[in-house]
Design a protein around this ligand. Structure first.
Ligand code: C2O
Ligand code: CU
Length: 515
């Protein structure tokens, strides 16, 4: 072998073996290109029309019934200008009730689309609002109480982008679907007929619904060809319950430029980017070397989530740089982040998250019965005694526990008619969200605000989590956020605060509050 060939060969091997356990098979040519959601902007009358509809999609060669907005699966990316009023007409063509919640938008309670914003089958609802927040990648999805998990799993989710003037001055990559690429990542499970296999039951109420197939914009391991240079990925973890941990197959870094609610002060370079269900991060990746690589998700420590194939890194998206050169840049500074206000004298509220111990035990039992001990890999579950769970009186097979109300905040499962408290409009409040006492992941989301994280699981937030956020990680400890609500949310249109693990939300880990 010529020395030159040897270097080429070993460099290629090096890339493949950069991740432990990374298989060459993952690099096999993937046939499908990444579908890009169409941009939907308001028409001349400042109107947007959405249809919630059923359709058919093909996964691994089999047809499945799926739901989408204006299409068969997922939805368009709605693009709005800060300060420009828009009217959205929503037509529900499903055979069941739904709502559309604007996740991350600071809009009044009557527009918010929480569980009270019900649209009956065959009917429509029109909302008008003016986004007045900074540039951000938000999203929209159903919020029908006790049905959110199912409706999202069926395919209902879309992106909503807000643009302001300052962000347009930055020379970030901004050719939609070329070097500014939305990536909605979701896991799904299919039955033997190829249909989406969703259940809300004791096991999913405890640990969440999760699948064995990872999709990027609705496709299994697609590829995207991009101009060589800086590539911007707008990542959404759209999973019902699975946290993801993104990295690249050849260890090239990700430069985080934005979190849920807007640009960071400056880019933050990371080797791996954990993302909770519901979270968005925008990252820039340098593809100037022209080499192909994969966006990958690494195994995570979360109850149930280490089940194969997720006990190993999984490819999400194959990226192929083209010879043409991209024009976007990675700026040194991105946005001004106001300093945190003084915390003295702020109203403080504590939200204690909890699960009915019977549900916890039966959920674990069902999980281990279905997937074995591997489901617990990486979890510190020393307090659990497998023996006692599998023997004696505990083996009820899930009967006798009211899992529909098995998850709680401050000891109560969600009650749509009784808001838990009234927040004062325009005032900062300090909310302490506690997951002390369980080992479950709770990606906690608050409507009507973009907040700042003061502490996350007892620690200061990581640099890329210190900007505008609407989800905070609560995992066996306490997290504190600084919230402020600038719009009204009266009793009949209260805002929601809830766990964004959708099966926890659907089984009670949610409260309403007024402003
Ligand atoms: Cu993304 Cu209350 O939800
Ligand atoms: Cu939860």
């Amino acid at each position: 072998m010529q020395r030159r060939d040897f270097i080429k060969y070993s460099a290629a091997l090096g890339a493949i073996s950069a991740l432990p356990g990374w298989s060459k098979a993952a690099f096999a040519a993937t046939p499908q290109t990444l579908p890009i959601p169409a941009l939907l902007t308001p028409d001349a009358q400042s109107r947007i029309t959405l249809r919630v509809q059923a359709g058919t999609s093909t996964f691994a060669g089999k047809n499945a019934t799926t739901w989408g907005y204006n299409g068969n699966l997922l939805g368009p990316a709605i693009k709005l200008r800060k300060g420009k009023t828009v009217t959205v007409e929503i037509n529900n063509r499903l055979a069941e009730e739904t709502t559309i919640h604007w996740h991350g938008l600071e809009v009044p309670g009557e527009v918010d689309g929480g569980p009270q914003g019900i649209i009956k089958p065959g009917s429509q609802r029109t909302v008008t609002f003016t986004p007045n927040q900074r540039t951000a990648t938000c999203w929209f999805h159903p919020h029908q109480h006790a049905k959110t998990g199912h409706q999202v799993a069926m395919g209902l989710a879309g992106l909503l982008l807000i643009e302001d003037d300052e962000s347009r001055m930055l020379r970030l990559p901004q050719q939609w679907g070329v070097d500014d690429v939305p990536v909605i990542v979701q896991d799904k499970r299919f039955n033997t007929d190829g249909q989406i296999d969703y259940q809300l039951d004791v096991m999913s109420a405890a640990v969440g619904w999760f699948g064995d197939t990872l999709l990027a914009n609705g496709v299994i391991y697609p590829r995207h060809a991009a101009p060589r240079g800086w590539l911007r990925l707008r990542l959404l973890n759209g999973c019902n319950a699975r946290s993801l941990n993104f990295t690249t197959s050849d260890k090239r870094p990700l430069y985080v430029i934005a979190s849920d609610g807007g640009l960071l002060a400056e880019p933050v370079k990371v080797d791996a980017l954990p993302m909770l269900p519901g979270e968005r991060f925008e990252v820039l990746v340098d593809t100037r070397d022209g080499k192909d690589f994969d966006l990958v998700t690494l195994p995570v420590s979360q109850m149930g989530m280490a089940v194969a194939p997720f006990d190993k890194p999984q490819p999400v998206l194959h990226i192929q740089p083209l010879t043409i050169v991209a024009s976007g840049e990675l700026p040194d500074t991105l946005a001004t982040m106001p300093p945190l206000p003084s915390l003295d004298g702020l109203t403080q509220r504590t939200l204690q998250l909890s699960m009915d111990p019977m549900l916890d035990m039966m959920g674990m039992q069902a999980l281990m019965k279905k997937y074995g001990d591997g489901a617990m890999r990486g979890m510190d579950h020393g307090s659990m005694d497998h023996g006692s769970m599998n023997h004696g009186g505990m083996n009820h097979g899930g009967q006798g526990v009211d899992f529909h109300h098995g998850n709680m905040i401050n000891g109560k499962a969600f009650d749509m008619n009784t808001p838990a408290f009234a927040a004062a409009k325009g005032q900062y409040e300090r909310w302490v969200i506690s997951g002390e006492g369980d080992m479950m992941l709770h990606p906690f989301h608050i409507h009507g605000t973009q907040f700042r994280i003061l502490s996350e699981n007892g620690k200061p937030p990581a640099a890329h989590r210190a900007g505008w956020k609407d989800i905070v990680n609560v995992f066996g400890a306490r997290s504190e956020v600084l919230v402020k609500f600038d719009y009204d949310a009266p009793k009949a249109q209260a805002y929601m605060a809830h766990c964004h693990l959708l099966e926890h939300e659907d089984t009670g880990m949610m409260l309403g509050f007024t402003v």
